[in-house]
Design a protein around this ligand. Sequence first.
Ligand SMILES: [Fe+2]
Length: 246
Amino acid sequence: MSFFKNLFSSKSNATFDLSQLEVDMHSHLIPGIDDGSPSMDHTIAMLAKFEQLGYRKVVTTPHILNDVHPNTPETILGGLADVRAEIKRLGMKIEIEAAAEYYCDESFLPIIERNEILSFGNNYVLMEFGFLSPSQYEAQALFNLQVAGYTPVIAHYERYPYYFGDFKKVDELRERNIQIQVNLNSLAGHYGPGVKKMAEQLIKNKQVDFLGTDCHRIEHLTILESHLSAPIFKHIEGLTLKNKLL
Ligand SMILES: [Fe+2]
């Protein structure tokens, strides 16, 4: 019986085991402060799902986006304390830390200047660009972060259409110790075929430093879970990722 059960089990050897990553470093789990979790109940449901998928820790990264999501270390760390208290009350095992996802526009430079940065791990700073055109502040922000002693991590690098297919630029960035993060759901096709193709090529080229869920709501985790048997996930095992070092 168990032979047939194993043979036909949906948890076959071909299914990628997310517990190998150990730590997720891109999500929006602090309730009510960005376009992610709307309430503590949603946050706890997402954290329970992370735990079920095998993660031991999440570094959650609320948006800091000028007037749209005007977060500060105070709003983020205050929210983190509330989430930690609820995790403790419920006896959950998963650990949670917080950093931020900085939008790279003119408002980012003064934040670096004032050193109001929330970093994670080895002084990593998660930053994102707009999806329509390159940020005119990209080079300056990367430079200023590094001068201030931080290591930039570019969020969901595969989602910027203006960088599709330019793998030489990726090499140049990584040679300068700028890290590349890819969203796991890009491999699931969640953001469309162009993004999927770029993500797959970055993985096959071994040009990826971090993988993240970019979880805004629980569906992001259930969609991911339902795609873990896709062949591209096998290639993750050939990468040297920094997730588990966090
Ligand atoms: Fe994000």
